[in-house]
Write a protein that binds this ligand. Structure first.
Ligand SMILES: Cc1cc2nc3c(=O)[nH]c(=O)nc-3n(C[C@H](O)[C@H](O)[C@H](O)COP(=O)(O)OP(=O)(O)OC[C@H]3O[C@@H](n4cnc5c(N)ncnc54)[C@H](O)[C@@H]3O)c2cc1C
Length: 444
Protein backbone atom coordinates (compact mmCIF):
# COMPACT_ATOMS: atom_id res chain seq x y z
CA UNK A 1 0.00 0.00 0.00
CA UNK A 2 1.22 3.54 -0.73
CA UNK A 3 2.11 5.74 2.21
CA UNK A 4 -0.63 8.34 2.88
CA UNK A 5 0.04 11.72 1.28
CA UNK A 6 1.04 14.53 3.61
CA UNK A 7 -1.39 17.49 3.56
CA UNK A 8 1.22 19.50 1.64
CA UNK A 9 0.77 17.13 -1.30
CA UNK A 10 -2.99 17.06 -1.28
CA UNK A 11 -5.46 18.37 -3.78
CA UNK A 12 -9.13 18.89 -2.95
CA UNK A 13 -11.21 15.74 -3.40
CA UNK A 14 -14.79 16.75 -2.69
CA UNK A 15 -17.24 13.98 -3.49
CA UNK A 16 -20.56 14.30 -5.33
CA UNK A 17 -22.73 14.39 -2.19
CA UNK A 18 -23.28 18.17 -1.95
CA UNK A 19 -27.06 18.61 -1.58
CA UNK A 20 -27.11 22.22 -2.79
CA UNK A 21 -25.77 21.24 -6.21
CA UNK A 22 -27.71 17.94 -6.33
CA UNK A 23 -31.00 19.91 -6.37
CA UNK A 24 -29.88 22.08 -9.31
CA UNK A 25 -30.01 21.14 -12.99
CA UNK A 26 -26.98 19.29 -14.37
CA UNK A 27 -24.15 21.58 -15.38
CA UNK A 28 -21.41 21.03 -17.95
CA UNK A 29 -18.01 22.06 -16.57
CA UNK A 30 -15.78 24.40 -18.60
CA UNK A 31 -12.90 22.68 -20.43
CA UNK A 32 -9.65 22.09 -18.58
CA UNK A 33 -6.61 24.15 -19.36
CA UNK A 34 -4.98 23.52 -22.79
CA UNK A 35 -1.54 21.93 -23.15
CA UNK A 36 0.40 25.16 -22.77
CA UNK A 37 -0.87 28.67 -22.49
CA UNK A 38 0.19 32.09 -21.37
CA UNK A 39 -1.85 34.84 -19.68
CA UNK A 40 -1.30 38.13 -17.91
CA UNK A 41 -2.71 36.78 -14.63
CA UNK A 42 -3.31 33.36 -13.06
CA UNK A 43 -5.89 32.98 -10.30
CA UNK A 44 -5.79 29.57 -8.60
CA UNK A 45 -9.02 28.30 -7.01
CA UNK A 46 -12.52 29.36 -8.14
CA UNK A 47 -14.28 29.90 -4.81
CA UNK A 48 -15.59 33.29 -3.64
CA UNK A 49 -12.07 34.72 -3.33
CA UNK A 50 -10.93 33.46 -6.73
CA UNK A 51 -14.02 34.52 -8.65
CA UNK A 52 -14.00 37.91 -6.97
CA UNK A 53 -10.26 38.43 -7.63
CA UNK A 54 -10.55 37.35 -11.28
CA UNK A 55 -13.57 39.60 -11.85
CA UNK A 56 -11.89 42.63 -10.30
CA UNK A 57 -8.59 42.07 -12.16
CA UNK A 58 -10.56 41.89 -15.39
CA UNK A 59 -12.44 45.11 -14.69
CA UNK A 60 -9.31 46.98 -13.65
CA UNK A 61 -7.35 45.69 -16.68
CA UNK A 62 -9.82 45.26 -19.55
CA UNK A 63 -7.10 44.59 -22.13
CA UNK A 64 -5.37 41.88 -20.05
CA UNK A 65 -6.09 38.14 -19.90
CA UNK A 66 -6.90 36.27 -16.69
CA UNK A 67 -6.91 32.48 -16.30
CA UNK A 68 -8.96 31.15 -13.38
CA UNK A 69 -7.85 27.55 -12.66
CA UNK A 70 -10.14 25.34 -10.58
CA UNK A 71 -9.06 21.86 -9.46
CA UNK A 72 -12.63 20.55 -9.35
CA UNK A 73 -15.91 21.92 -10.70
CA UNK A 74 -17.40 25.24 -9.67
CA UNK A 75 -19.91 24.77 -6.86
CA UNK A 76 -18.29 21.61 -5.48
CA UNK A 77 -15.64 23.10 -3.15
CA UNK A 78 -16.44 24.76 0.18
CA UNK A 79 -17.95 27.71 -1.72
CA UNK A 80 -20.77 25.47 -2.96
CA UNK A 81 -21.28 23.26 0.10
CA UNK A 82 -21.55 25.75 2.96
CA UNK A 83 -24.65 26.72 4.93
CA UNK A 84 -25.37 29.77 2.79
CA UNK A 85 -25.15 32.68 5.28
CA UNK A 86 -23.42 35.83 3.98
CA UNK A 87 -22.85 37.36 7.42
CA UNK A 88 -22.35 41.09 7.91
CA UNK A 89 -21.46 41.27 11.64
CA UNK A 90 -18.46 40.07 13.67
CA UNK A 91 -18.70 36.27 13.79
CA UNK A 92 -16.68 33.37 15.26
CA UNK A 93 -13.45 34.83 16.61
CA UNK A 94 -14.03 38.30 15.10
CA UNK A 95 -15.84 39.21 18.33
CA UNK A 96 -14.06 41.73 20.53
CA UNK A 97 -16.67 43.73 22.46
CA UNK A 98 -13.96 45.85 24.09
CA UNK A 99 -12.70 47.01 20.69
CA UNK A 100 -15.45 48.65 18.67
CA UNK A 101 -13.04 49.90 15.99
CA UNK A 102 -12.17 46.26 15.27
CA UNK A 103 -15.89 45.42 15.10
CA UNK A 104 -16.57 48.31 12.70
CA UNK A 105 -13.65 47.17 10.53
CA UNK A 106 -15.08 43.63 10.24
CA UNK A 107 -18.48 45.09 9.42
CA UNK A 108 -17.07 47.38 6.70
CA UNK A 109 -15.21 44.46 5.11
CA UNK A 110 -18.14 42.03 5.29
CA UNK A 111 -20.67 44.55 4.01
CA UNK A 112 -18.41 45.41 1.09
CA UNK A 113 -18.51 41.74 0.02
CA UNK A 114 -22.27 41.56 0.56
CA UNK A 115 -22.80 44.74 -1.48
CA UNK A 116 -20.72 43.26 -4.33
CA UNK A 117 -22.82 40.06 -4.22
CA UNK A 118 -26.13 42.01 -3.93
CA UNK A 119 -25.14 43.90 -7.03
CA UNK A 120 -24.06 40.83 -9.05
CA UNK A 121 -27.13 38.81 -8.07
CA UNK A 122 -29.48 41.58 -9.15
CA UNK A 123 -27.56 42.77 -12.25
CA UNK A 124 -27.27 39.24 -13.67
CA UNK A 125 -30.53 37.90 -12.21
CA UNK A 126 -28.65 35.00 -10.57
CA UNK A 127 -31.23 32.50 -9.29
CA UNK A 128 -29.86 31.32 -5.94
CA UNK A 129 -32.75 31.93 -3.50
CA UNK A 130 -31.01 35.16 -2.47
CA UNK A 131 -32.79 36.40 0.64
CA UNK A 132 -32.56 39.50 2.81
CA UNK A 133 -34.32 37.94 5.78
CA UNK A 134 -31.37 38.25 8.18
CA UNK A 135 -30.31 35.73 10.79
CA UNK A 136 -31.41 34.47 14.20
CA UNK A 137 -28.59 33.85 16.67
CA UNK A 138 -30.27 31.19 18.85
CA UNK A 139 -29.62 29.73 22.30
CA UNK A 140 -31.19 26.43 23.40
CA UNK A 141 -30.72 26.83 27.16
CA UNK A 142 -31.49 29.85 29.38
CA UNK A 143 -27.96 29.64 30.76
CA UNK A 144 -26.28 30.04 27.34
CA UNK A 145 -28.87 32.64 26.45
CA UNK A 146 -27.85 34.76 29.45
CA UNK A 147 -24.16 34.27 28.88
CA UNK A 148 -23.62 34.35 25.13
CA UNK A 149 -26.61 36.21 23.80
CA UNK A 150 -26.11 38.75 26.60
CA UNK A 151 -22.59 39.37 25.31
CA UNK A 152 -23.87 39.65 21.73
CA UNK A 153 -26.44 42.27 22.77
CA UNK A 154 -23.73 44.26 24.56
CA UNK A 155 -21.56 44.15 21.44
CA UNK A 156 -24.41 45.15 19.11
CA UNK A 157 -25.26 48.07 21.40
CA UNK A 158 -21.63 49.19 21.43
CA UNK A 159 -21.47 48.96 17.63
CA UNK A 160 -24.80 50.77 17.19
CA UNK A 161 -26.24 47.86 15.16
CA UNK A 162 -30.00 47.15 15.08
CA UNK A 163 -31.36 43.88 16.54
CA UNK A 164 -34.52 42.34 17.95
CA UNK A 165 -34.83 39.79 20.74
CA UNK A 166 -37.34 36.93 20.45
CA UNK A 167 -38.35 34.50 23.18
CA UNK A 168 -41.04 31.89 23.85
CA UNK A 169 -44.20 32.19 21.71
CA UNK A 170 -42.84 35.05 19.62
CA UNK A 171 -39.88 32.90 18.59
CA UNK A 172 -42.05 29.83 18.06
CA UNK A 173 -44.37 31.80 15.77
CA UNK A 174 -41.42 32.63 13.56
CA UNK A 175 -39.50 29.33 13.52
CA UNK A 176 -42.15 26.68 14.13
CA UNK A 177 -39.86 24.65 16.39
CA UNK A 178 -40.00 25.12 20.19
CA UNK A 179 -36.42 23.90 20.63
CA UNK A 180 -34.89 27.31 21.33
CA UNK A 181 -35.05 29.46 24.45
CA UNK A 182 -34.30 32.78 22.79
CA UNK A 183 -32.81 34.49 19.77
CA UNK A 184 -31.33 37.75 18.59
CA UNK A 185 -32.39 38.66 15.09
CA UNK A 186 -30.11 40.92 13.04
CA UNK A 187 -31.26 42.04 9.59
CA UNK A 188 -28.06 42.32 7.49
CA UNK A 189 -27.23 38.65 6.70
CA UNK A 190 -28.16 37.32 3.26
CA UNK A 191 -29.25 33.69 2.83
CA UNK A 192 -28.65 31.77 -0.38
CA UNK A 193 -28.06 28.46 -2.12
CA UNK A 194 -24.24 28.55 -2.32
CA UNK A 195 -23.88 26.15 -5.26
CA UNK A 196 -26.38 28.19 -7.30
CA UNK A 197 -24.65 31.45 -6.37
CA UNK A 198 -21.23 30.03 -7.31
CA UNK A 199 -22.47 28.79 -10.67
CA UNK A 200 -24.09 32.18 -11.32
CA UNK A 201 -20.86 33.99 -10.45
CA UNK A 202 -18.88 31.69 -12.78
CA UNK A 203 -21.35 32.19 -15.64
CA UNK A 204 -21.14 35.97 -15.44
CA UNK A 205 -17.36 36.50 -15.32
CA UNK A 206 -16.10 39.26 -17.67
CA UNK A 207 -15.01 38.13 -21.18
CA UNK A 208 -11.29 38.56 -20.44
CA UNK A 209 -11.48 35.90 -17.68
CA UNK A 210 -11.09 32.30 -18.87
CA UNK A 211 -12.33 29.77 -16.32
CA UNK A 212 -10.75 26.31 -16.59
CA UNK A 213 -12.32 23.55 -14.49
CA UNK A 214 -10.87 20.17 -13.53
CA UNK A 215 -7.50 21.93 -13.74
CA UNK A 216 -5.56 21.28 -10.51
CA UNK A 217 -2.29 23.13 -10.10
CA UNK A 218 0.34 20.71 -8.84
CA UNK A 219 3.31 23.04 -8.65
CA UNK A 220 3.97 26.73 -8.82
CA UNK A 221 7.31 28.37 -9.72
CA UNK A 222 7.86 32.06 -9.70
CA UNK A 223 10.83 33.92 -11.10
CA UNK A 224 10.38 36.62 -13.70
CA UNK A 225 7.21 34.71 -14.76
CA UNK A 226 4.90 32.50 -12.70
CA UNK A 227 4.62 28.96 -14.10
CA UNK A 228 1.90 26.57 -12.93
CA UNK A 229 2.31 22.86 -13.65
CA UNK A 230 -0.82 20.74 -14.05
CA UNK A 231 -1.24 16.98 -14.65
CA UNK A 232 0.19 15.70 -17.97
CA UNK A 233 3.10 18.18 -17.80
CA UNK A 234 0.72 20.99 -18.82
CA UNK A 235 2.35 24.38 -18.11
CA UNK A 236 0.54 27.68 -17.79
CA UNK A 237 2.52 30.88 -17.41
CA UNK A 238 1.64 34.41 -16.42
CA UNK A 239 3.21 37.64 -15.29
CA UNK A 240 1.49 37.45 -11.92
CA UNK A 241 -0.56 35.00 -9.87
CA UNK A 242 -3.16 35.20 -7.10
CA UNK A 243 -3.59 32.13 -4.86
CA UNK A 244 -7.19 31.72 -3.71
CA UNK A 245 -7.23 28.01 -2.88
CA UNK A 246 -8.07 28.36 0.85
CA UNK A 247 -6.83 25.49 3.05
CA UNK A 248 -5.03 23.87 0.11
CA UNK A 249 -2.47 26.67 -0.20
CA UNK A 250 -0.12 24.58 1.97
CA UNK A 251 0.58 22.61 -1.22
CA UNK A 252 2.59 25.61 -2.46
CA UNK A 253 4.55 25.92 0.80
CA UNK A 254 2.78 29.12 1.91
CA UNK A 255 1.55 29.94 5.44
CA UNK A 256 3.31 26.86 6.81
CA UNK A 257 2.25 26.14 10.41
CA UNK A 258 -0.21 29.04 10.35
CA UNK A 259 -3.48 27.50 9.13
CA UNK A 260 -5.90 25.13 10.87
CA UNK A 261 -7.97 22.98 8.49
CA UNK A 262 -11.38 21.80 9.74
CA UNK A 263 -14.05 19.53 8.35
CA UNK A 264 -17.74 20.45 8.77
CA UNK A 265 -20.87 18.43 7.96
CA UNK A 266 -24.24 19.37 6.51
CA UNK A 267 -27.56 17.72 5.60
CA UNK A 268 -30.43 18.92 3.41
CA UNK A 269 -33.96 17.57 3.63
CA UNK A 270 -36.42 16.96 0.85
CA UNK A 271 -38.97 19.81 0.43
CA UNK A 272 -41.73 19.76 3.05
CA UNK A 273 -45.17 19.08 1.58
CA UNK A 274 -48.08 21.47 2.33
CA UNK A 275 -49.28 19.37 5.31
CA UNK A 276 -45.80 19.23 6.81
CA UNK A 277 -45.42 22.98 6.38
CA UNK A 278 -48.67 23.47 8.28
CA UNK A 279 -47.50 21.14 11.05
CA UNK A 280 -44.24 22.99 11.41
CA UNK A 281 -45.91 26.42 11.35
CA UNK A 282 -43.91 29.63 11.53
CA UNK A 283 -42.61 31.33 8.42
CA UNK A 284 -40.14 29.94 5.88
CA UNK A 285 -36.94 31.51 4.54
CA UNK A 286 -35.14 31.82 7.88
CA UNK A 287 -31.63 31.01 9.10
CA UNK A 288 -30.34 30.16 12.57
CA UNK A 289 -26.73 30.39 13.69
CA UNK A 290 -25.96 28.91 17.09
CA UNK A 291 -25.12 31.14 20.08
CA UNK A 292 -22.44 28.57 20.88
CA UNK A 293 -20.52 28.40 17.58
CA UNK A 294 -18.69 25.12 18.22
CA UNK A 295 -21.25 23.05 20.10
CA UNK A 296 -24.45 24.23 18.39
CA UNK A 297 -26.08 23.66 14.99
CA UNK A 298 -26.74 26.00 12.08
CA UNK A 299 -30.14 25.65 10.39
CA UNK A 300 -32.04 27.05 7.44
CA UNK A 301 -35.65 26.70 6.32
CA UNK A 302 -35.29 27.57 2.63
CA UNK A 303 -37.56 29.35 0.19
CA UNK A 304 -38.31 25.96 -1.40
CA UNK A 305 -39.25 24.47 2.01
CA UNK A 306 -36.18 22.34 2.68
CA UNK A 307 -34.34 22.23 5.99
CA UNK A 308 -30.56 22.61 5.99
CA UNK A 309 -28.81 21.27 9.07
CA UNK A 310 -25.11 21.98 9.71
CA UNK A 311 -23.55 20.40 12.76
CA UNK A 312 -20.12 18.98 13.65
CA UNK A 313 -16.74 20.59 13.58
CA UNK A 314 -13.55 18.49 13.62
CA UNK A 315 -9.89 19.30 13.24
CA UNK A 316 -8.78 17.80 9.91
CA UNK A 317 -5.05 18.39 9.39
CA UNK A 318 -5.03 15.73 6.64
CA UNK A 319 -7.84 17.55 4.75
CA UNK A 320 -9.60 14.21 4.53
CA UNK A 321 -12.19 12.53 6.76
CA UNK A 322 -12.85 8.86 7.49
CA UNK A 323 -16.02 6.98 6.52
CA UNK A 324 -16.61 6.16 10.18
CA UNK A 325 -16.58 9.86 11.16
CA UNK A 326 -19.01 10.62 8.33
CA UNK A 327 -21.34 7.84 9.48
CA UNK A 328 -21.19 9.06 13.08
CA UNK A 329 -21.97 12.65 12.04
CA UNK A 330 -24.77 11.53 9.75
CA UNK A 331 -26.41 9.65 12.64
CA UNK A 332 -26.04 12.72 14.91
CA UNK A 333 -27.74 14.85 12.27
CA UNK A 334 -30.72 12.46 12.21
CA UNK A 335 -31.05 12.53 16.01
CA UNK A 336 -30.61 16.29 16.41
CA UNK A 337 -32.93 17.07 13.50
CA UNK A 338 -35.70 14.89 15.03
CA UNK A 339 -35.24 16.58 18.43
CA UNK A 340 -35.85 19.98 16.84
CA UNK A 341 -38.67 18.91 14.53
CA UNK A 342 -40.68 16.10 16.18
CA UNK A 343 -43.67 17.17 14.04
CA UNK A 344 -41.70 16.31 10.85
CA UNK A 345 -41.23 12.62 11.59
CA UNK A 346 -41.59 11.60 7.93
CA UNK A 347 -39.25 14.18 6.51
CA UNK A 348 -36.02 12.61 5.30
CA UNK A 349 -32.60 14.20 5.20
CA UNK A 350 -31.92 13.27 1.58
CA UNK A 351 -28.42 14.70 1.31
CA UNK A 352 -25.44 14.59 3.67
CA UNK A 353 -21.95 15.91 2.94
CA UNK A 354 -18.66 17.09 4.39
CA UNK A 355 -16.62 20.19 3.50
CA UNK A 356 -13.25 21.69 4.44
CA UNK A 357 -12.26 25.14 5.49
CA UNK A 358 -9.33 26.87 7.06
CA UNK A 359 -9.05 28.98 10.22
CA UNK A 360 -6.24 30.76 11.98
CA UNK A 361 -5.79 30.95 15.74
CA UNK A 362 -6.13 34.76 15.77
CA UNK A 363 -8.80 34.95 13.06
CA UNK A 364 -6.47 36.75 10.63
CA UNK A 365 -6.73 36.00 6.89
CA UNK A 366 -3.87 34.80 4.66
CA UNK A 367 -3.94 37.96 2.58
CA UNK A 368 -1.23 39.98 0.85
CA UNK A 369 1.82 39.82 -1.36
CA UNK A 370 3.86 36.62 -0.96
CA UNK A 371 6.67 37.38 -3.42
CA UNK A 372 7.48 39.76 -6.23
CA UNK A 373 4.65 38.49 -8.48
CA UNK A 374 2.51 36.20 -6.25
CA UNK A 375 -0.40 37.32 -4.06
CA UNK A 376 -2.80 35.39 -1.80
CA UNK A 377 -6.33 35.71 -0.44
CA UNK A 378 -6.87 32.53 1.58
CA UNK A 379 -7.89 31.23 5.01
CA UNK A 380 -11.58 32.01 5.09
CA UNK A 381 -12.08 31.70 8.88
CA UNK A 382 -15.49 30.15 8.26
CA UNK A 383 -17.19 33.32 6.98
CA UNK A 384 -15.98 33.33 3.41
CA UNK A 385 -19.14 34.12 1.47
CA UNK A 386 -18.93 37.77 2.46
CA UNK A 387 -15.32 38.08 3.60
CA UNK A 388 -13.57 36.11 0.85
CA UNK A 389 -15.58 38.01 -1.76
CA UNK A 390 -14.07 41.13 -0.22
CA UNK A 391 -10.60 39.60 0.19
CA UNK A 392 -10.56 38.55 -3.49
CA UNK A 393 -11.64 41.96 -4.80
CA UNK A 394 -9.20 43.79 -2.55
CA UNK A 395 -6.21 41.59 -3.40
CA UNK A 396 -6.83 42.52 -7.05
CA UNK A 397 -6.99 46.21 -6.12
CA UNK A 398 -3.80 45.81 -4.07
CA UNK A 399 -1.93 43.97 -6.84
CA UNK A 400 -2.94 46.73 -9.28
CA UNK A 401 -1.89 49.42 -6.80
CA UNK A 402 -5.19 51.31 -6.92
CA UNK A 403 -5.07 52.57 -3.33
CA UNK A 404 -8.57 51.22 -2.59
CA UNK A 405 -9.80 52.75 0.72
CA UNK A 406 -10.54 49.34 2.32
CA UNK A 407 -7.01 47.99 1.85
CA UNK A 408 -6.03 49.58 5.17
CA UNK A 409 -8.85 47.66 6.92
CA UNK A 410 -7.72 44.43 5.29
CA UNK A 411 -4.11 44.94 6.36
CA UNK A 412 -5.14 45.82 9.91
CA UNK A 413 -6.49 42.24 10.29
CA UNK A 414 -2.86 41.09 10.47
CA UNK A 415 -1.54 37.69 9.48
CA UNK A 416 -2.20 34.22 10.95
CA UNK A 417 -0.34 33.44 14.18
CA UNK A 418 2.34 30.73 14.14
CA UNK A 419 1.07 27.42 15.55
CA UNK A 420 2.83 24.82 17.72
CA UNK A 421 4.38 21.88 15.89
CA UNK A 422 2.44 18.66 15.42
CA UNK A 423 1.62 16.47 17.32
CA UNK A 424 1.41 19.15 20.08
CA UNK A 425 -0.90 21.14 17.83
CA UNK A 426 -3.30 18.19 17.41
CA UNK A 427 -3.41 17.56 21.14
CA UNK A 428 -4.03 21.27 21.88
CA UNK A 429 -6.77 21.73 19.26
CA UNK A 430 -8.56 18.51 20.21
CA UNK A 431 -8.47 19.41 23.91
CA UNK A 432 -9.81 22.90 23.16
CA UNK A 433 -12.65 21.52 21.03
CA UNK A 434 -13.56 18.91 23.63
CA UNK A 435 -13.71 21.60 26.35
CA UNK A 436 -15.86 23.85 24.14
CA UNK A 437 -18.23 21.02 23.24
CA UNK A 438 -18.63 20.16 26.91
CA UNK A 439 -19.23 23.80 27.89
CA UNK A 440 -21.88 24.12 25.17
CA UNK A 441 -23.42 20.64 25.52
CA UNK A 442 -26.89 22.09 26.18
CA UNK A 443 -26.84 23.67 22.70
CA UNK A 444 -26.56 20.48 20.60
C1 LIG B 1 -20.32 22.78 5.80
C2 LIG B 1 -19.83 24.19 5.71
C3 LIG B 1 -20.66 25.25 6.10
C4 LIG B 1 -20.22 26.57 5.99
N1 LIG B 1 -21.11 27.59 6.21
C5 LIG B 1 -20.76 28.88 5.90
C6 LIG B 1 -21.73 29.94 5.94
O1 LIG B 1 -22.91 29.73 6.20
N2 LIG B 1 -21.30 31.19 5.65
C7 LIG B 1 -20.00 31.47 5.28
O2 LIG B 1 -19.67 32.63 5.01
N3 LIG B 1 -19.08 30.48 5.20
C8 LIG B 1 -19.44 29.21 5.48
N4 LIG B 1 -18.52 28.19 5.34
C9 LIG B 1 -17.17 28.55 4.89
C10 LIG B 1 -17.15 28.92 3.41
O3 LIG B 1 -17.57 27.85 2.63
C11 LIG B 1 -15.76 29.34 3.05
O4 LIG B 1 -15.42 30.42 3.90
C12 LIG B 1 -15.64 29.81 1.60
O5 LIG B 1 -16.00 28.81 0.72
C13 LIG B 1 -14.20 30.24 1.36
O6 LIG B 1 -14.09 30.71 0.04
P1 LIG B 1 -12.71 30.64 -0.70
O7 LIG B 1 -12.91 31.15 -2.07
O8 LIG B 1 -11.66 31.29 0.14
O9 LIG B 1 -12.30 29.09 -0.70
P2 LIG B 1 -13.04 27.78 -1.27
O10 LIG B 1 -14.48 27.99 -1.36
O11 LIG B 1 -12.51 26.67 -0.44
O12 LIG B 1 -12.46 27.70 -2.74
C14 LIG B 1 -11.12 27.33 -3.00
C15 LIG B 1 -11.10 26.58 -4.32
O13 LIG B 1 -9.75 26.27 -4.64
C16 LIG B 1 -9.73 25.04 -5.32
N5 LIG B 1 -8.37 24.51 -5.23
C17 LIG B 1 -7.71 24.03 -4.15
N6 LIG B 1 -6.47 23.65 -4.47
C18 LIG B 1 -6.32 23.89 -5.79
C19 LIG B 1 -5.25 23.68 -6.70
N7 LIG B 1 -4.06 23.16 -6.32
N8 LIG B 1 -5.44 24.02 -8.01
C20 LIG B 1 -6.61 24.58 -8.42
N9 LIG B 1 -7.66 24.78 -7.58
C21 LIG B 1 -7.52 24.46 -6.28
C22 LIG B 1 -10.76 24.21 -4.58
O14 LIG B 1 -11.24 23.13 -5.35
C23 LIG B 1 -11.84 25.26 -4.27
O15 LIG B 1 -12.86 25.25 -5.22
C24 LIG B 1 -18.91 26.85 5.50
C25 LIG B 1 -18.07 25.81 5.12
C26 LIG B 1 -18.51 24.49 5.22
C27 LIG B 1 -17.58 23.39 4.77
Amino acid sequence: MNAPLSPEKLLPADDKTNGWSAILPKRLPRPSVPKSASFDWLVIGAGYAGMSAARRLAILNPSQSIALLEAQQVGEGAHGRNAGFAIDLPHNNDHDPANTEKGHRHIRLSRYGIDCLDDLVSTHAIECQWSRSGRYDCAVSPEISRKLLGATVAELEALGEPYQIFRGEALHERLGTRYYDSAIHTPGTRLLNPAALSRGLADTLPPNVKLFENSPVLELDSNSMVVATLPGEVKVSARKAVLTNNAFISRFGCFKRQLLPFVLFASLSRPLNPDERKHLGGTNDWGITPAHGIAGATLRYTQDYRILFRYGFQFAPSLRCSDSLRERMKRSHEVLFRARFPMLDRVTLDHFWAGYLSLSQNGAPGWGQLSNNVYAAVNCNGVGIAKQTTAGALIAEFACDTGHPLIGDMMALGSPDMLPRRPFLDVGVRAYLAAQKWAGRSEK
